[in-house]
Design a protein around this ligand. Structure first.
Ligand code: PLP
Length: 405
């Protein structure tokens, strides 16, 4: 091991603390120290390369170090990195707000509120819905309906609507008044008082990511939309994972022709380069915050960050110039057909297989030059959408070694 690597590991041991990590276990083994990325590959400090098979926790789209995004970030950094969005506009945020709204049919989602992460995109949507209800004649609508085993992020509000018990324990009682349901049937059987007092219903459309990539039944989202319309409940779609092409369409809701009242976007928004999030909503929601002391008191220091917006604009350009979406379904199928798993859940370029030990499988993949993380005993494979057929073959071969065991 190089001396430099040894030094970085020692610093990590002494001072760092990692997310979702039992640090006792972490301290037992030397971590990989990632120092470089190129295309679908990550390189460690020893010069070894690994295929980034979970797109750096579901964020990367066009590969690492894509010259067009790098160029956009460099040019923006030399011009303006950040100026406050509080009381000021900036050109890149203006362009991106319009660009994002224009990804949806005219006069549907027309307003864009920026924040920094998936969790904050959810916080924004939840606060908007609840406050809108409180100040627009729906004072009795103070509740949120969510799904069991759902995941909406880790900030206190977002985690309180989530339904993964191991993430909520310790502060489960702090947070929003939430009614959790298992599925559509459960929802249809909710007591009238719950339905009548709900401001919003929040769901990860088509697939629950952290719940081991469980797919919702086809047609469910459309039914949810009707149900929300019927009962005057806001539909919040958490497309933090599914957004930006992961499922084969730009947004998962397009598979069922559904337009939500709020859509939460983050992870892939900048192509996996910068932290940036956006919550899009309808004009009627926006209008309900105008005047009369109805301001939405929400914002972060880095809201509307120009570097992030420049990266997002470059990423959206690449969707057009590289025809990214057109190849997702075909690549997903090719990978599924060649990886040797008979039993696989798949949606676009999201693949998941249940094994007896997810951890062991991922360790074995790492030895073969493939990086991903298990969710419990499920191995998740979701490479950057830019992955080519040669790289799919490499990945499939590594997967065959674990699927045969
Ligand atoms: C990752 C994720 C979040 C949280 O996003 P962060 O950027 O990690 O805060 C929320 N919802 C879903 C569906 C996610 O996959």
């Amino acid at each position: 091991m190089r001396d430099e690597t040894r030094g970085w590991i020692a610093q990590d041991r002494r001072h760092a603390w990692h997310p979702f990590t039992d640090q006792e276990i972490w301290e037992r083994a030397d971590p990989l120290v990632i120092t470089r990325g190129q295309g679908v590959w990550l390189y460690d400090s020893e010069g070894r390369r690994y295929l980034d098979a979970n797109s750096s926790i579901w964020t990367n789209i066009h590969g690492h170090g894509h010259p067009k995004i790098v160029e956009a970030i460099q040019a923006q950094a030399a011009t303006l990195c950040h100026s406050s969005y509080l009381g000021l506009a900036n050109n890149r945020a203006s362009e991106l707000a319009e660009r994002l709204c224009h990804l949806f049919p005219a006069r549907t989602l027309t307003r864009c509120f920026f924040s920094d992460d998936g969790s904050t995109a959810l916080e924004v949507a939840l606060k908007m819905s609840l406050q809108w209800s409180a100040q627009n004649g729906r004072e009795d609508r103070t509740g949120v309906i969510s799904f069991e085993k759902s995941y909406h992020g880790d900030t206190l509000g977002a985690c309180s609507v989530g339904g993964v018990s191991r993430f909520v324990k310790g502060y489960g009682e702090v947070g929003l008044p939430v009614y959790r349901v298992a599925d559509l049937a459960d929802l249809q059987a909710l007591p009238e008082v719950v339905v009548k007092t709900a401001s919003a219903l929040v769901i990860e459309p088509l697939v629950q990511g952290v719940n081991q990539m469980r797919l919702w039944p086809k047609g469910m989202l459309k039914k949810l939309r009707s149900l929300c319309d019927e009962h005057d409940i806001h539909l919040i779609l958490d497309e933090v994972m599914t957004g930006f092409g992961r499922t084969g369409k730009m947004f998962a809701c397009e598979h069922e022709g559904v337009i939500p009242d709020f859509i939460c976007l983050a992870k892939g928004l900048t192509g996996g380069t910068m932290p940036l999030a956006a919550t899009l909503t309808r004009e009627e929601i926006y209008a309900g915050f105008k005047g009369g002391g109805r301001t939405l008191y929400y914002g972060h220091s880095y809201t509307g960050n120009a570097l992030g917006c420049a990266a997002a604009l470059a990423s959206l350009d690449l969707f057009e110039s590289e025809g990214t979406l057109a190849q997702v379904e075909e690549k997903g199928r090719a990978l599924a057909d060649s990886c040797g798993f008979l039993d696989l859940r798949r949606l676009g370029l999201i693949l998941a297989a249940d094994l007896t030990s997810g951890l062991e499988a991922c360790e074995s993949l790492r030895e073969r030059g493939v990086l991903t993380r298990p969710i419990l005993d499920t191995v998740v494979i979701m490479p950057p959408l830019v992955i080519n057929h040669e790289e799919i073959d490499f990945l499939a071969e590594a997967l065959q070694s674990i699927s045969r065991r």
